[in-house]
Write a protein that binds this ligand. Structure first.
Ligand SMILES: *Cc1c(COP(=O)(O)O)cnc(C)c1O
Length: 380
């Protein structure tokens, strides 16, 4: 039925609306949010905040509730001071920026430094949201390949940066969906070669294996480098929506130009500050999750599967001739994982010990059925 003839009265369909042509046929971001007993699909920390943190959060919300007639601090200054202190490395509040999740920070980076006639480059496979923000900001999206083991070849990376001269480079370390950490020397090489800004997305850095340094150490050497972080993963605060970035004060000033007025609500600012004040408790399960991650990787390879080396709270494994069948068979057993990454691979988040036991026993049953779990041939 065409909506155009009776558009005044009918509820229009998307096809009736003058949507930007490059958005026609696009789907909203969609890891399925299903009510499943074991949810291992969006890399959340499975441990909720403890009763003391919950009580302090409730008290902080009660305090701001009495002032909700007023706009919040536009520059979230107190929160940025707390974030700077949390990051260390001698950082100060003017070097830190915060938004509603680091996804909003990424969008702001492209609003400020991307745009028509400009380009952004990343190393594939990489985070699936970057190309969407490039599309939304009319920034040309470019990728250079990672090696077969998902590490980045520094010489090839530098060559790609020199060839394309992108305005923005995104390097995800540890990477999503592969879990791969990028060596600090490689990041330095990329920064030295990049004509524009470089964002190292460290959403998972707290899960990295001991001795993996943060790109924060490179900030003094590279004035166009930014390091983004999030409270959504290790910090167990995904529902609080707080992401942030550290960079030179001028970089932060650029983001302040494009941010919406009062983008961070008073509630968000207050609640995030309480969570930061309880950083030790919020991060209390990180060591346990890293151990669980290493055990999961070992178990997966013992089953004869390929597993990408992971410094994050998930493992990418495969490769299956029909990964959707394996994903569905797990869902049929009440385990939700993620169908993402290169063809044939699946990604599973690290949950509690009990959740991992449910996952491994379900996957073992599926692997025992050669029809569902047929492998892709070994050559990549
Ligand atoms: C989860 C994730 C983020 C953080 O997202 P938020 O918007 O802060 O919840 C950022 N980058 C990558 C690569 C991620 O996987």
């Amino acid at each position: 039925m065409s909506g155009s003839s009776n558009a005044a009265t009918a509820r229009p369909t998307l096809a009736d609306l003058p949507l930007r042509p490059e958005l026609v046929g696009e789907e909203p971001y969609g890891a399925p949010q299903l009510e499943v007993a074991v949810q291992l699909n969006v890399n959340e920390n499975p441990y909720p905040p403890g009763p003391e943190v919950v009580a302090d959060i409730a008290a902080a919300v009660a305090t701001v509730a009495g002032r909700l007639n007023r706009y919040p601090d536009r520059d979230a200054w107190a929160l940025r001071e707390d974030l700077a202190r949390y990051l260390g490395h001698g950082l100060t509040a003017d070097q830190v920026w915060a938004a509603n999740g680091s996804n909003e920070v990424m969008l702001q980076v492209l609003q400020a430094f991307g745009g028509p006639g400009r380009s952004a480059l990343s190393f594939a496979p990489t985070y699936s949201m970057y190309p969407e923000y490039a599309r939304d900001t009319h920034t040309r999206w470019l990728t250079a390949p990672r090696r077969a083991d998902f590490t980045i070849d520094p010489q090839e990376a530098v060559a790609a940066v020199k060839e394309h001269a992108p305005d923005v480079v995104f390097v995800t370390s540890p990477n999503n969906p592969t879990g791969t950490a990028v060596a600090l020397e490689t990041l330095a090489d990329i920064c030295a070669a990049a004509p524009g800004v470089v964002v190292v997305d460290e959403a998972y850095v707290e899960f990295a294996r001991t001795g993996t340094p943060s790109a924060l150490a490179l900030l003094p050497d590279f004035p166009r480098l930014a390091v983004s972080r999030t409270m959504s993963k290790a910090f167990a605060f995904a529902g609080g929506r707080l992401g942030y970035l550290a960079a030179a004060p001028a970089f932060v000033d650029a983001l302040r130009i494009v941010r919406l007025p009062y983008h961070l609500s008073a509630v968000t600012q207050a609640v995030a500050r309480v969570a930061l004040a309880h950083a030790d408790e919020m991060l209390a399960h990180v060591d346990l999750l890293r151990t669980e991650r290493d055990q999961l990787a070992t178990w997966l390879s013992e089953q004869g599967l390929e597993v990408a080396a992971s410094d994050a709270n998930f493992c990418l494994f495969g490769r299956f001739a029909d990964r959707h069948r394996v994903w569905q068979a797990l869902l049929d057993r009440d385990v939700l994982i993620r169908e993402t990454g290169p063809d044939g691979w699946l990604r599973v988040s690290v949950g509690t010990h009990e959740e991992m036991a449910t996952f491994t026993s379900a996957l073992r049953q599926i692997l025992d059925d050669p029809e569902i779990s047929a492998r892709k041939d070994a050559a990549r």
